[in-house]
Design a protein around this ligand. Structure first.
Ligand SMILES: C[S@@+](CC[C@H](N)C(=O)[O-])C[C@H]1O[C@@H](n2cnc3c(N)ncnc32)[C@H](O)[C@@H]1O
Length: 216
């Protein structure tokens, strides 16, 4: 697979210098390709809380057999993703707490979003995702772990600036959960769970919970 980083940077730079800078920084601090590697190479993928559509665009560039849909609460984000999703998918404005989708999907990605939603809602959201997946479908819950402590604190400081000071991301409070809690919650919803730590080489405690919906 050829390196698609230059394509991603070029596509976003077309939207403006700030958007280009955003992608350059994101590619350094976020394990985009490690996450993308967990997504099935073909089928329907739904990226919930898709932000500016960087992951969705990467997924489409990496396999022409993927159809990618996105949803985000932030109207401005969705407007900016239109170009990214236009070829083989679509992005809509919507609230994760009231999913407007039907039908069976092959993969759902929740990347760095549940920490913005009250803990009491997490179970219902994961259960709704379970219902939207086809048998054998995959849920990728990308979060920030609460360990190691120094990475958690570093991330908390950065999120405080992004969400509460600059207003870069929608949200008011943070609802991080530890690894054991997420694993238990996903199992309760019916998923077979595998934990994939992705923080090696990063200052951030990136972690992915990979849930598979059984065939039964
Ligand atoms: C930290 S960003 C993550 C964006 C992207 N998933 C990523 O990993 O780069 C969180 C995103 O969640 C969106 N968001 C926050 N609350 C939401 C909700 N209730 N429903 C849908 N999207 C939401 C924000 O607008 C923002 O784009």
């Amino acid at each position: 697979m050829s390196d698609i980083r230059p394509v991603l940077i070029a596509r976003f730079t077309r939207l403006g210098r700030l958007a280009g800078l955003f992608v350059r920084i994101k590619l350094r601090i976020f394990p985009l390709f490690d996450l993308a590697e967990q997504v099935p190479l073909k089928g329907k993928v739904l990226d919930l809380g898709c932000g500016r559509g960087l992951l969705g665009l990467a997924l489409m560039l990496m396999s022409e057999h993927r159809q990618v849909f996105g949803m985000d609460l932030d109207v401005d984000n969705v407007a900016r993703t239109v170009g990214a999703f236009a070829r083989r998918g679509r992005c809509v404005v919507g609230d994760l707490q009231h999913l407007p989708f039907r039908g069976l999907l092959d993969c759902i990605v929740l990347s760095d979003i549940l920490y913005l939603i009250p803990n009491a809602m997490h179970g219902a959201i994961l259960k709704a995702c379970y219902g939207l997946l086809a048998p054998g479908g995959v849920l990728l819950l990308k979060e920030m772990n609460t360990r190691p402590r120094w990475k958690f604190i570093w991330n908390w400081i950065q999120e405080t600036v992004a969400v509460k000071v600059v207003g870069w991301t929608l949200g008011n409070r943070f609802y991080f959960q530890d690894r054991a809690s997420f694993v238990a919650l996903m199992r309760q919803c019916g998923f077979e769970v595998e934990v994939i730590p992705l923080d090696r080489g990063y200052w951030y405690p990136h972690i992915v919970y990979r849930g598979v919906k059984g065939d039964g």
